[in-house]
Design a protein around this ligand. Sequence first.
Ligand SMILES: Nc1ncnc2c1ncn2[C@@H]1O[C@H](COP(=O)(O)OP(=O)(O)OP(=O)(O)O)[C@@H](O)[C@H]1O
Length: 537
Amino acid sequence: MAQGDNGSSKSSSVTPYEEALDALSSLITKRTRVGDVNMEERFNVLYKYLKMLDLEEAISNMKIIHVAGTKGKGSTCTFTESILRNCGFRTGLFTSPHLIDIRERFRLDGVEISEEKFLVYFWWCYDRLKENTDDNVPMPTFFHFLALLAFKIFAAEQVDVSIMEVGLGGKYDATNVVPTPIVCGITSLGYDHMEILGNTLGEIAGEKAGIFKHRIPAFTVPQPDEAMHVLREKASQLNVPLQVVTPLDAKLLNGSRLALGGEHQYINAGLAIALCSTWLKMNGHLEDSYLKHIQHTLPEKFIKGLTTASLQGRAQIVPDQFINDEIPNELVFFLDGAHSPESMEACARWFSLAIKDQDQILFHQKLDNSNFSNQVVKMHNGETVQKKSTQILLFNCMSERNPQLLLPHLMKTCADHGVYFKKALFVPGLSVYHKVGSHALPATDSDVDLSWQLTLQRVWENLMQGNKEGKSNNSAPEELNMEMSASNCEHSAVFSSLPLVLKWLRDTVQQNQSTRFQVLVTGSIHLIGDMLKLVKK
Ligand SMILES: Nc1ncnc2c1ncn2[C@@H]1O[C@H](COP(=O)(O)OP(=O)(O)OP(=O)(O)O)[C@@H](O)[C@H]1O
């Protein structure tokens, strides 16, 4: 029987799945900072766990694609999985973090693992580790356990290819126990997790290049010189043939669109194509000559993979279901889990283009269906007015991040595209980051500490003061009633919870029927997960 956090037995109302999540939560420890612990020593313990789980041989036989990087790992892995699945292979995909359910991290043939299978493999690993660990070799930490579980699942399910996304860094990441991957990929590098990985791009690149293995081919995307220099140096030390892949040329998709939105996805797609073609070649499925052609034409199965892949919370557009029944498309959420300066820019570019695209789509819908009046709205007094779009920012980021870096990148890139936010809303996350399952939800809304959100608000208001010329191009609504916010300033507001934000947005939409609200939700993948839980109910 699993024990609760306070040591008491769980009541019988706890489902087996919740019971497993409770056990998983017990493995969560505070994140290690450099100097706290010997990273190498901690990494090396993983080999003991592999032995306990009898996974050593299975891992060395797996046909693994291993991907590290700062931005685009999840997207690159998702494209890679989708391409190889469409080529007819059984796939296993391990990614992080998850948005709503931990099982999103383990996909078999493109679908998250079923609860039944998860439970079987979970307890198989957990129980064995419990039996074999002690004070000298304690239970693995949360992420170590998840990576071990992924290896177990993919081995037992006998997938043809395992695509493993590094959780953090590379060299000492739990996924790096793989001895001989088929091919490695390094996505776009930038500044993130500097407290753990180092302060320069060179140091960060060095950590990520820690996934390179002797003579195993590796690919990367165009990188800043400082990072590329280190990647090349590390590659040559290990005789790794390292190639730089250019972004996918959109023309190769024969008029279709990439399934994941944003210009940056062409970089990730280019890398995914290189990883897949190398994996196919190394496993005897592609001729060399064919690989040369791939620069000029893409096989249909590759196109299908790239245009049907799916990943939640990255450039995802979700119309609010609640509003939609009555007034279509008045409140639309643009969700993107960007949380580093570079990804903020990518996200801002995507949002700025996507809102224009959305207006286009609605305009065409109107032409196709004369009853669907989305550009023009009839007011209570019978008057018809032209509908306007207003942009709202909904933001939160973890306190380790520097809002002085993130928010200016976001504001400037949007402004460069002529997009100005009517209001920025700051709100704490709903779930507790370091818990899973029912533990992830706080017991009560009261006593929420809003000091971080008030700091974010100050940064935003200062930016707006310094940017007076960047006036809003949204002419409506004139007044937004911010009654429910904890702190209302000229350009922003702080709310104490996401449900309150959602209620305020829905009320505001009702009160401003001539306006379409386009809400960019970003800054934290956890915020995106919380938002999806609320709006997709
Ligand atoms: N090649 C890229 N260059 C810059 N930004 C990118 C790129 N790819 C993705 N992004 C941005 O990063 C966000 C996260 O994308 P993705 O999940 O693919 O990356 P990740 O490396 O797995 O990130 P995480 O740090 O969340 O694990 C996206 O929502 C987008 O804003």
